[in-house]
Write a protein that binds this ligand. Sequence first.
Ligand code: ATP
Length: 141
Amino acid sequence: MKVKQCLVIGLGRFGTAVATTLYELGHEVVAVDIEEEHVQAVTNLVTHAAILDATDERALRSIGAGDFDEVVIAIGTDIRANILATMGAKGLGATHVVCKATDEISARVLEKIGADEVIRPEHDMGVRVAQRLAGVKRKDA
Ligand code: ATP
């Protein structure tokens, strides 16, 4: 297995699950959040955790956001912060940026500005549950 260098921005429930699971699976994970207590909660569960405002391009540059194999932007509510973080990471050269969105319009905006993948956790999980209950076979299952 190739050990991937991963950056997870935003440590709510979704970002924390992504960061700690990638780490448990053997990957290198840098996890950042603007809130100190969210950072402290994952300190021992990832490779490196730090307080960082992802809307600040200089801060993204200082952690080498363009050099990670995977960048996950797990900021849902503050779409402005999500957009700036996505533009910042892509502008610094990140090759695969996965963004969390809370609604369809935000998802479309994030795709337009260069997100490589956009996830809507509640929506996507709702679709999956419905497909499973209806017995629909998924192509990627
Ligand atoms: P979840 O559903 O994953 O628990 P949430 O909807 O409660 O998330 P979000 O608004 O999606 O909360 O924010 C997720 C995380 O992103 C929070 O921990 C928040 O502190 C962090 N965050 C918000 N803005 C920034 C920013 N500018 N830079 C870094 N982290 C940020």
